[in-house]
Design a protein around this ligand. Structure first.
Ligand code: PEP
Length: 250
C-alpha cells in the first residue's frame, strides 16, 4: 500500500475564530499539490466553521485533542463524537505540550488513540525525546518505548490506521531543526519497530511525519528522506503562503 504524504498544520492556541477562517481561506487561494493530504489541526472553537469552508478535497480538518469518554460530567473536555459532528477527521494525540503541561501518560494516550479510532478519527500520534535524552544517545530507545507502551492497548488493525509524528522536543518552536539524517535515523527506527511488531505491510502503510521547526526552506530536504512522509508543522503553518510552500515540498 502506498502511504500518504501529509502536511499537517498545528495551529496550537493561536488565532481567533475569524482569523482562523481567514487563514484557511487564504491557504485555499494558494495553488496546493493535490497529492498531499493536508490536515488543519485547529483550536476546538474553530473546527465547525473551518469545516464549512469550501476547500479542495485533499484538505481535512483535525482536532488538537480529545477525551476518551463518550459524554457526561467532564467539564471542558471534548469527545470523539463531538469532533466528528464538527466535520473533523483527524486528531492530534500525545503532542509533547500535552504530555508535559497536562501530564498525559503513554497509557492514557493509548486510550485516546483507541477512542479516536473507534469514532473513525485518524490519530496523529506524537512521540519524541527531550534534549537530555538526545545528548545521552538514548533517543531511539526512548521513542520506541513511548510507542510500545501506548500501542500495547491497540489491536494490530488499529495500529495500521495511525499516522505517527516524530517530534524531537528540542526542535519544537525553537527554530532548531533535526538534520535530515537525524530525522531519517529515527523514522527508520520507528518503521523497523513497526515491521517487527506488526509486519511489513502495516509498517510500509503508516505515514510517519516529522515535526520540529519545519519551514519552507527546509521542508524539501526533510521530506526527501526515505522514511519521512511529511510534517506536523506549528509556527510555519500560520502563514498561508509558507504553509502552501511546505505542502508543495514533496
Ligand atoms: C508542533 O507544533 O508540533 C511543532 C512542530 O511546532 P513548530 O513547527 O513550531 O516547531
Amino acid at each position: 500500500m502506498k502511504r500518504k504524504n501529509i502536511a499537517a498544520a498545528n495551529w496550537k492556541m493561536n488565532t481567533t475564530v475569524q482569523e482562523g477562517i481567514k487563514l484557511l481561506e487564504d491557504l485555499c487561494q494558494q495553488s496546493l499539490n493535490s497529492e498531499t493530504q493536508v490536515v488543519i489541526c485547529a483550536p476546538a472553537t474553530h473546527l465547525h466553521g473551518l469545516g464549512l469552508i469550501e476547500s479542495p478535497a485533499n484538505v481535512a480538518i483535525g482536532g488538537q485533542n480529545m477525551y476518551t469518554k463518550e459524554k457526561g460530567a467532564y467539564t471542558g473536555e471534548i469527545s470523539g463524537s463531538m469532533l466528528v459532528s464538527a466535520g473533523v477527521s483527524y486528531v492530534v494525540v500525545g503532542h509533547s505540550e500535552r504530555r508535559s503541561y497536562f501530564a498525559e501518560s503513554n497509557d492514557f494516550l493509548g486510550e485516546k488513540a483507541k477512542s479516536a479510532l473507534a469514532h473513525g478519527l485518524t490519530p496523529i500520534f506524537c512521540c519524541g525525546e527531550g534534549l537530555e535524552i538526545r545528548k545521552a544517545g538514548n533517543h531511539v530507545s526512548h521513542v520506541i518505548a513511548q510507542l510500545k507502551a501506548s500501542f500495547a492497548l491497540l489491536s494490530d488493525e488499529e495500529v495500521a490506521q495511525l499516522v505517527i509524528a516524530y517530534e524531537p522536543i528540542w526542535a519544537i518552536g525553537t527554530g532548531e531543526t533535526a538534520s535530515p539524517e537525524q530525522a531519517q535515523e529515527m523514522h527508520a527506527a520507528i518503521r523497523a519497530f513497526l515491521t517487527e511488531a506488526y509486519g511489513s505491510e502495516t509498517a510500509e502503510g503508516i505515514s510517519i511525519l516529522y515535526g520540529g521547526s519545519v519551514k519552507p526552506a527546509n521542508a524539501k530536504e526533510i521530506f526527501g528522506q526515505a522514511d519521512v512522509d511529511g510534517g506536523l508543522v506549528g509556527g510555519a503553518s500560520l502563514d498561508p503562503e509558507g504553509f502552501a510552500a511546505i505542502i508543495n515540498s514533496f
